[in-house]
Write a protein that binds this ligand. Structure first.
Ligand SMILES: [Zn+2]
Ligand SMILES: [Zn+2]
Length: 218
């Protein structure tokens, strides 16, 4: 929750709900960042305008009980603005000034503008770049694609054709550690026992699905 607050994005509740609708209603008008509406809309435009009515209707049907039952997620929702201001802007700026001995101007520029904006654009690139460009070895009939550029900036979230074909695979990619530090992060917390019951698509399943639905290339 603290690490998430550092990114300065919307609440965990909103994020989870929008992500679930995105997978369930992918590339329809009920998808919050429907890539059929173009690069700009899927990248950031969707956050700048009113939601399509179908997004709201479908959003209400999503089971969010696991999130509402989670005291940490609810704590985050309750203190959303305090946590966002503190973790995303105040503490990083103070750390830059007092730990790294930088000037106030540089600290504010680096943390409140550069880091924050880059973080947002890198995250958004999953919904835009990785839904528009890349190859589709697992399912050629969907827009999500394998985009290594997005994987570099979004810590492994660019293997998006795999992620939409096997959304329950915790690695969000076929390869555990190929441009995929997020999997390493989850595995680390798996060792501590904080992350558990991680599901994975078996090599046999991946091969069978790829042969049937994936883009074949020679
Ligand atoms: Zn996803
Ligand atoms: Zn997607």
């Amino acid at each position: 929750m603290i690490a998430f607050s550092v990114s300065g994005q919307n609440s965990i509740y909103d994020w989870v709900r929008d992500h679930r609708i995105h997978h369930k209603m992918s590339e329809t008008s009920a998808d919050p960042h429907d890539a059929n509406r173009g690069f700009f809309f899927s990248h950031v435009g969707w956050l700048m305008m009113k939601k399509h009515p179908r997004v709201i209707i479908e959003g209400k049907k999503i089971d969010m009980s696991d999130v509402t039952d989670d005291p940490i997620a609810m704590f985050h929702m309750k203190y959303f603005w305090i946590l966002k201001l503190l973790c995303c802007f105040v503490l990083p700026t103070l750390t830059t000034v007092y730990v790294f001995d930088e000037t106030w101007a540089r600290a504010v520029l680096a943390q409140c503008f550069m880091r924050y904006l880059l973080n947002l654009h890198f995250t958004w690139s999953v919904n835009s770049f990785a839904h528009l460009w890349g190859h589709k070895p697992y399912d050629k009939n969907i827009m999500p694609s394998e985009n290594w550029g997005v994987s570099i900036v979004a810590m492994g979230e660019g293997w998006h054709n795999f992620h939409h074909t096997f959304p329950w695979d915790y690695k969000a990619a076929e390869m555990s550690y190929l441009i995929n530090p997020t999997t390493f992060f989850i595995d680390f917390f798996g060792l501590l026992g904080w992350a558990y019951d991680m599901k994975e698509a078996s090599p046999n399943l991946i091969e069978a699905v790829s042969k049937r639905r994936g883009q074949q290339h020679k």
